[in-house]
Design a binder for this molecule. Structure first.
Ligand code: ACM
Length: 537
């Protein structure tokens, strides 16, 4: 008892210190906030805005896509329920005002200005996309915990911001392993938080055809029936694909559909034998005979291939000489073009190792014509440089600088996806539990430390559209696997796409990323806790 009495003052001090450290600090310096991507300019005014009781003011036309979106995000993040109002006369103080009107040309089509005062917040932009990105910045400024009064304070000042590159994206391979509509929506949602605007879906490959084509129904019914390892597979109906397009569109993300041609095509050859070529060299390993209950699969000289559940690449090919081949390609591109509002169609074109070179060139030339006839622009992996492409085509660089340079020399625009930097299916290091390492081990700093403008010497900056990080699916089984490989590398790639190279450095970025650890956890992201990053608890 006596001892306790003597210790009492000490206990009081310890308790007070504890209370002190529990107290949420009021943010007042906007320049100290850890934003990703780093904005172009931030000016602080040293006070703070109180979110409690705030309303959202937005024009009627953008009420749903901007106002209700922000209200829902604020509600999830804080439990506060801001009203969304559309009548300026009733504007109370504490308003978050979303203003979309042509004004400041220097902000471009995707830029925004975010002004925070003690009285209110204004996000202004020329286009809705810019306001959406301003909203993403605002969401990153909201403390993860309420203060003692149940309020969330935001530092005051002004952020002016716009992207360096117009193409900021990621690709998900849903062919090697199938991922549900809900998984793809979460993927879209996560990349949208870092201001990415492109979601490329690798919809077909040797192991699976993942999109319903009504005029060739076996593609999905049979060709979608398995995946790497022999699991169940799956496919999206056209209605589900439209749902994904709409979900992405509401986050200002364009869906890029990829049908990989003329190789990586076994799922189609297994569904319609008449598409097969004698040049196809079915691998001895990994072959899997799936359920052949679907109708219309022939025998004899047009015998379909088996479904394939292995991991080899480059061994299958469409037949250039068969008349059905271009009908198949035209039907697929037409049906998918009809439900894709974005202007791009990706025809693959990679690793056609068993396709004769003269056939390959003619294939790509004809795909280009079909895509154009459907009112779209053709994208292909960099190998398409070998065909007669011009400034109407887009080549995606992944492995060969020579192909990338050749495509650029022919006038094509270039998407930068160098596999040694942004192939997110590459392991972080030898201990990573999933992933490949054929291109490189890619630690978080390797993924961050490069510049699309200088990656391939000799390509003019004006021809580069931006950056895209592919996630190939051979080693991925579920959303946890996806998130482990995406995070924390993806935010850095988003910053490469957004922030001027001259304003980026790993030593400064890694500290901001460390502060994002709790934010990623709050979003339920199961990220790889790289030892390269000073994580904040
Ligand atoms: C690729 O990685 N085959 C584009």
């Amino acid at each position: 008892m006596k001892i306790f009495a003597r210790m009492l003052p000490l206990l009081v001090v310890i308790t007070m210190l504890g209370m002190q450290s529990c107290k949420t600090e009021q943010p007042t310096d906007l320049t100290k906030e850890s934003l990703i991507p780093k904005p172009v300019s931030v000016t602080a005014t040293g006070e703070s805005f109180s979110l409690k009781g705030a309303n959202i003011l937005v024009g009627e036309a953008l009420k749903d896509i901007l106002g209700n979106y922000l209200a829902a995000e604020l509600s999830t993040a804080t439990g506060l329920n801001p009203a969304v109002i559309t009548t300026p006369e009733t504007e109370p103080s504490g308003t978050i005002n979303l203003v979309v009107e042509e004004g400041d040309a220097s902000l471009g089509t995707e830029g925004y200005e975010l002004t925070i005062t003690t009285e209110g917040i204004t996000i202004s932009a020329n286009q809705p996309a810019g306001a959406f990105y301003g909203i993403q910045t605002l969401l990153q400024l909201i403390p993860l915990k309420a203060d003692e009064s149940g309020d969330y304070k935001i530092a005051t000042g002004t952020i002016r911001d716009y992207p360096t590159w117009s193409w900021r994206g990621s690709m998900l391979d849903v062919a090697r392993h199938f991922f549900s509509v809900e998984d793809v929506k979460r993927y879209i949602d996560l990349i949208s938080r870092y201001k990415m605007n492109i979601m490329h879906l690798h919809l077909t490959d040797d192991q699976g055809w993942r999109i319903e084509i009504k005029s060739w129904p076996n593609l999905a019914l049979h060709g979608g029936a398995t995946q790497v390892g022999g699991g169940k597979g799956g496919y999206y109906t056209q209605e589900q694909y439209k749902e994904l397009v709409a979900y992405a569109g509401a986050r200002f993300i364009t869906i890029i559909p990829e049908i990989d041609l003329p190789s990586h095509i076994n799922a189609a050859l297994a569904s319609y034998g008449e598409l097969n070529s004698p040049d196809t060299k079915f691998p001895k390993e990994g072959n899997y005979v799936g359920p052949l209950e679907t109708k219309g699969i022939g025998e004899g000289k047009d015998k379909p291939t088996d479904l394939y559940a292995g991991r080899e690449v480059g061994w299958s090919t469409l037949s250039f000489s068969k008349p059905t081949t271009m009908k198949f390609v035209s039907d697929v591109i037409r049906e998918l073009a009809e439900i894709t509002p974005g202007p791009y169609f990706h025809v693959g074109g990679d690793e056609a190792h068993v396709t004769k070179k003269e056939d390959y060139i003619e294939f790509i030339n004809q795909f280009n014509g079909i895509v154009k006839a459907n009112g779209m622009k053709m994208i292909g992996w960099e190998e398409i440089a070998q065909a007669n492409i011009d400034s109407n085509a887009i080549a995606q660089h992944w492995a060969s600088e020579d192909h990338a340079k050749e495509a650029a020399a022919k006038g094509a625009k270039i998407i930068m996806s160098p596999s040694k930097r942004v192939y997110l299916d590459m392991k972080y290091d030898s201990l990573s539990r999933i992933g490949y390492n054929w291109a490189a081990y890619i630690e978080v700093d390797d993924a961050y430390n490069w510049d699309p403008a200088t990656r391939v010497p000799g390509i003019n900056k004006d021809q580069i559209l931006g950056v895209e990080a592919p996630l190939w699916g051979e080693t991925l089984q579920n959303m946890t696997d996806i998130e482990y490989l995406l995070f924390p590398r993806l935010p850095g790639i988003a910053e490469i796409g957004w922030t001027p190279a001259a304003d980026r450095s790993w030593d400064e970025y890694k500290v901001r990323l460390g502060h994002h650890g709790p934010r990623m956890k709050a979003l339920g992201i199961d990220f790889y806790p790289s030892a390269k990053v000073p994580w904040v608890e």
